[in-house]
Design a protein around this ligand. Structure first.
Ligand code: IPD
Ligand code: CA
Ligand code: CA
Length: 259
């Protein structure tokens, strides 16, 4: 059976309610690394999504952050981030999302990112468009990097890995209007899709962080590549650059100065 976007939106909204209900409660927090956290709410949201996908779309393969996912046919592949923004969540900062993407034949076709605090459901279908709560999304018309508001993030091994994005961050902070760090890569991409941010880049991500948001951004008119300008941004090591064509071109020139 083939999923339709409305099914994914309903699933993401239900998972979002799990996150919303747990926000500010005393959740158990575990360390996957020195600053890489997982809460029992991440696990509850993922267990819910895996169960629902298995029940509705049996035989599909699932790649999910916390459990690894489910074995299945490569033709029908899901990417799940049950809680994107765990560090925010663990601190009670209300910026986080659920991210769900469906790919066929190696191409992401459907994507949903749901922010349960703002009740914002971003979605996209390949070749059809991108929407926020059903209304069409469009990237910003910005033409000058100098006047652009950017967003980025940093890998969890920022303290120990030489490629920690601080070089690019320091550079863009001086040549743009500003650089934000929201803490949810999926929402960063959706905010580019909505024209709230003019550009997003990040390095050393995982496919569940970007699969849905990148489709949403591209269907809203963003150019989405890796930070070297290559189109196959889901090929490891995953990095991403998303912006309208003019800002994408200018950011690419600047990123290449520090590669
Ligand atoms: C993280 C967030 C963050 C990004 C990190 C991701 P998580 O995902 O998307 O914005 O900077 O690289 O790992 O751990 O909250 O699901
Ligand atoms: Ca994530
Ligand atoms: Ca996560």
């Amino acid at each position: 059976m083939r999923p339709v976007l409305a099914d994914l939106e309903a699933l993401a909204r239900q998972a979002g309610q799990i996150l919303r209900a747990g926000l500010g409660q005393r959740n158990s927090i575990y360390h996957k690394g020195v600053i890489d956290l997982v809460t029992d709410v991440d696990r509850r949201s993922e267990a819910f999504l895996l169960g629902e996908i298995q029940r509705r779309f049996s035989g599909h393969r699932v790649v999910a952050e916390e459990s690894g996912g489910l074995a299945g046919e490569d033709c029908c592949l899901w990417y799940i981030d049950p809680l994107d923004g765990t560090v925010n969540y663990a601190h009670g900062v209300p910026i986080f999302s659920v991210s769900l993407a469906y790919a066929e034949g190696g191409q992401v076709r459907l994507g949903v990112v749901y922010d349960p605090v703002q009740d914002e459901c971003f979605s996209a279908a390949l070749g059809e468009g991108a929407w926020l709560n059903g209304l069409p999304l469009q990237v910003s018309p910005a033409q000058e990097l100098d006047q652009s508001l950017l967003v980025t993030g940093f890998p969890y091994d920022i303290r120990t890995h030489p490629e920690n994005n601080l070089n690019h961050y320091a550079h863009f902070a001086l040549i743009s209007q500003g650089v934000r760090r929201l803490g949810s890569a999926a929402l960063d991409l959706c905010y580019v899709a909505a024209g709230r941010f003019d550009g997003f880049w990040e390095i050393r991500l995982s496919p569940w962080d970007v699969a849905a948001g990148a489709l949403i951004a591209s269907q809203a008119g963003a150019r989405v590549t890796d930070i070297r300008g290559q189109p196959d941004y889901l090929k490891p090591p995953i990095s991403i650059l998303a912006a309208n064509a003019a800002i994408h071109a200018q950011m690419l020139v600047e990123l290449k100065k520090n590669l």
